[in-house]
Design a protein around this ligand. Sequence first.
Ligand code: NAG
Ligand code: NAG
Ligand code: NAG
Ligand code: NAG
Ligand code: CA
Ligand code: CA
Length: 439
Amino acid sequence: MARSVLARPRLAGLVMACILVIPGALAVPSALTVDANQALHVSAVQDLHINSTTGRVVMNEVDVSRGLARFRAVLLRNPNLLWQQPARRTFTDTLLGPTTVVAADLNRDGHQDVVVGGVSDNTVAIFWGEGNGTFSSPQVVTTGTYAATSLLAGDMDNDGDLDLVGVGEDTATIFWAENLGAGQFLSPMHVITNTTSGPRSLVLHDVDNDGALDVLVSSYASALVGWFRNEGAAGFSAVRHIATDIDGAFWLTLGDVNGDGTADAVWVAYDGLVWRAGNGTAFDGPVYSIFEPEYESFFSVLAADFDNDGDVDVLGGTEGEVGGGLYLVQNQGDGTFSKPRTLSTDIAATTIEAVDLDGDDDLDLLVASNKDDKFIWFRNNGGGFFSQPLSLDQAVTGAEAIHAADLDGDGLPDIVATIPDLNLVTWYRNDNWASLLPS
Ligand SMILES: *[C@@H]1O[C@H](CO)[C@@H](O)[C@H](O)[C@H]1NC(C)=O
Ligand SMILES: *[C@@H]1O[C@H](CO)[C@@H](O)[C@H](O)[C@H]1NC(C)=O
Ligand SMILES: *[C@@H]1O[C@H](CO)[C@@H](O)[C@H](O)[C@H]1NC(C)=O
Ligand SMILES: *[C@@H]1O[C@H](CO)[C@@H](O)[C@H](O)[C@H]1NC(C)=O
Ligand SMILES: [Ca+2]
Ligand SMILES: [Ca+2]
């Protein structure tokens, strides 16, 4: 533990802060003094080393390992003591009302491109990436009546390039734009449905194991969680219900909740988080409740292994009259869930995504909060125990979409986001955030 803290260049700062934060935890070496305000000062560090036999951290002949360990625990819980908010990098401020954003290599040059939808003039625009953080000016790929409020990239026609699938909340439409390769898209777009009013979240997954990506959608207005089967050249089937008798469906996601090797559907119902098993052909069996809070309504949900114990947990965000909350419900290994753990009670998550931002092999949490005008992330300290929120950007009126992708080719996920009220598409470079934080 202490060894990795000491391996860092900011050693002196750590030790000093350690003493200031938790003075009681340390034996005080002669080089330390206490001032009238009870602050401790290191007047001279004559010697600071790790004993190679014992592994203990020794300062001026006094063992300070315990103090450092306590300090590390404080930092893990509140890494804001070391965290610095990254600079906002702007793609553009000229597209009107950008809502959704996704990154994908659309022209197969090995670099991530950035696609933005939902602009007020019904365009889907691509910023072509050069793999080093430089992007082209926006290229409008498709115009029409379909303002995308959610976009995903997937190879819908199995020709080896990534196509774009979008939902237009206002036009009851789910469409896909066919990539002809090299960044050209077939016009007009293919319409999967234009009768699903208010489609919200979108998932691409091969539900029936036939090698073609199907399109799953949830719609609050249509009280629908359903999927459209990709039938190849024949287009898409009519909607197939994941469940009927739906009471409100904001957000849908997939994850193998019962560990049988098939993706199950997890969604936000009016009164809580629920799931239903996939069986390799469709969705089947009872709709199980995961968590039903008393005074809040869930808005967003993710299904992933947050505590690294090999099963799929569920993390949901609520939006209340005031504020909102974030809750992790851990899978007990068999599709039953433990009591929820609270990450926050004052963040209303509009968009959430799970991604390992600090390279320690667990899933951190990215949040855009429209209500709180913030982009933030929560660091997973292991075991699904999350840090306090770390600010990526704040005072961003109408923070909407957030998505992680390596935009500059350094192997670390960066963040791309939209702020429709300010006509902004922005990104935040991950310049090795892990090095700013305790490990
Ligand atoms: C390391 O600790 C051991 C056990 O306390 C002690 O005997 C030894 O002298 C220490 N080594 C150094 C270089 O201080
Ligand atoms: C990125 O690469 C392109 C093409 O090689 C080059 O023109 C541009 O200057 C580079 N940008 C940066 C920031 O290195
Ligand atoms: C929906 O799609 C059908 C069939 O393609 C088309 O005839 C109809 O005009 C569309 N409706 C709207 C509102 O776009
Ligand atoms: C899967 O579920 C569907 C829908 O309930 C059902 O028709 C089908 O028989 C099930 N398949 C298997 C293999 O259980
Ligand atoms: Ca294609
Ligand atoms: Ca788990």
